[in-house]
Design a protein around this ligand. Sequence first.
Ligand code: HDE
Length: 731
Amino acid sequence: MTHRIDPLKAPMQDHKSALPRAVRLEQALDNAAGHLTTNHGLVLSDNHNSLKAGDRGPTLLEDFILREKITHFDHERIPERVVHARGAGAHGYFEVYGNEEALTRAAFLCTPRQRTPVFARFSTVAGSRGSADTVRDARGFAVKFYTEEGNYDLVGNNIPVFFIQDAIKFPDLVHALKPEPHHGMPQAASAHDTFWDFVTLMPESLHMLMWVMSDRGLPRSLRMMEGFGVHTFRFINARGASHFVKFHWKPLLGVHALLWDEAQAIAGQDPDFHRRDLWDAIERGDFPEWELGVQVVPEDDAPGLGLDLLDPTKLIPEEQVPVRRIGRMVLNRNPDNFFAETEQAAFHPGHLVPGIDFSNDPLLQGRLFSYTDTQLSRLGGPNFHELPINRSQCPMHNFQRDGLHRQDIGSGRVAYEPNTLDNGDEFRVDGRTFEPVGMTGFTSHAEPLASPKQRGRSASFEDHFSQARLFWISQSVHEQAHLVAAFQFELSKLSGSAIRQRMVDLLAWVDADLAEQVASPLGVGPPDRATAAAWPGFRDWPVAEGLVPSPALSMLPLRPMGIATRTVAMLISEGVHAASVAAMRQALAAERAYCTLVAPTLGDVTASDGSRLQPQATLTNTSSLMFDGVFLPAVATGPDDLCRHPMAQVFVAQAYQHGKTLAASGSGTQLLSLGSGLSRPAAGWLLQPSPGVVVSDADVLSVNFTAAFVAGLAQHRHWQRTEGQAPQQAA
Ligand code: HDE
């Protein structure tokens, strides 16, 4: 018995069927009922009418079919995650390049090229399940490795440090960040009083604040962001030797961001922008890929690092300890069912395999309790490990049993150990037998401990400003401008000036120029370090002298990136120059980039050679926000209708304001000029009148023209063009 209602799909899909539409629909309805059953297998005869007293009478309470269906529906929602509620996931695999046995005995890291299945989930932190993807926030980056030694979860973020140093502050942080409790606003935003009230009283949050206010808080795509394990972990090898390790995910497509104005507008036009991008890329076969990198620190070297590895508000600059790439993750399959997989996935930083262990980072230690605890209420009991997405793919055997929603049927009478009654009759699930794969089992690293009990923090956690400053001085001019604008925007949303003033006073400890720039449009007094230093809880720890910028902290590519999977809108109308359309399509396809034909309507467009082009989107159902670049080909026959279309001008104007790559040829330059305000080119030349704008007065595209456009796209954005807008965002 199948539960698929294939006949219902037929009339939608097969619109050229010979049967009249009404007949097909009727047939579909009849067929459908015969394919459906109740949850208990009873075949339905009618899935459209409840049981009534007569055809116009009241519905009968007896209708158990109606009641079962509606009761199930009433309970379809489960509580959303208390943080990281909105996410998107995908399946794939991880393969290690070499044998890492010198560092770890984790089997999945010791068998070169062995593929370990993974499920990855990316998320925003603050927003509810139905909020928008492109809000300013950190992003969760959680990966479940289904290894032969059990599930290993690397539950990280796209930012390498965290707001707080001790888990006991997490509920306070999240309460401050989430919508304010009295009116439940704002959704998915940190730009409100309670968040800034809290962080200005917790100077340890400054380093992460710098990251969230930077372009890292606005990823262009989930496929284009880094991931970090954040905490320091340990690798343990077969001899029991321990090394500290920090985990990194490096995306092969580079690290790229949206502009704030763009991100806000996308949140309205397509709240699913990131999850759609991930889904579409995987459906197309453009499988996103990250390399797993490790920074390894021998235990003896830790004291000489100049930072405390247990402090989650600190990173190890990559220039100090290089990131070695040891394997890759490829995401190549979308979930079949969002709820069953992405929503029910239960990650836990305490899901370890032998060879990987914790450090004493007090934030990590608190997380080890929290994740199972939250799943108990979110997934309805202690058996969430039996859900298909959470099940280990290696054999599992213990004497835990019963509980809400238990699915496995255990058999046997001896469900405890030690015992003397086990004569093959031991309690087992599904008859599976457990064959340990030649390993000695997980042992915690035997770190010697002899400490008094105390509530407190090591003095080595007290430097709250040096790395915030390191981040600031490592940003390019444009990234710094975006960061300043972000602080200005967020602080401008506060209801009073006291917290604004506190923030700029604190920022003065990071950098005087940064603080002054942020303060300038906010109507507050000059930044004042001394006032900040007088607050309770302030740690007057000297900012490190002679900090050297760390290029790895900037998003500017360290090496040229290609344009694979980037998207270009080609605006076409009647009489468009056919050869230009073909040449640009070809040039983009050669780089594995994509082109969408956008026109005033979805009707076919007749090109200059008489061929018919089918637009994929219209000027009103999409916008340049959805694309990385825009091409305005010449109209070779007749007038260029697009020049008179107001939405075409908006399309171009927004692309120009957002620093996107634009190209125009022939009559297309007129639309470019109307949208961007750039003057039209003189005859007979090819040049870039503004960074990332390629124009030619000829209809025909030269190889240089398409090459210049591709090179412009590879720059991602031309931030110089957006500069003038940044300060206005705070207004
Ligand atoms: Fe989480 N975090 N977290 N977190 N976290 C959760 O677990 C928590 C922290 C992270 O896609 C919750 O199953 C505490 C740091 C990700 O399902 C919860 C503390 C980092 C996800 C929880 C932290 C993270 C979560 C909510 C401070 C980066 C989404 C639902 C001690 C290294 C996983 C759930 C997914 C989710 C607790 C701090 C990453 C409540 C107590 C630091 C990516 O258990």
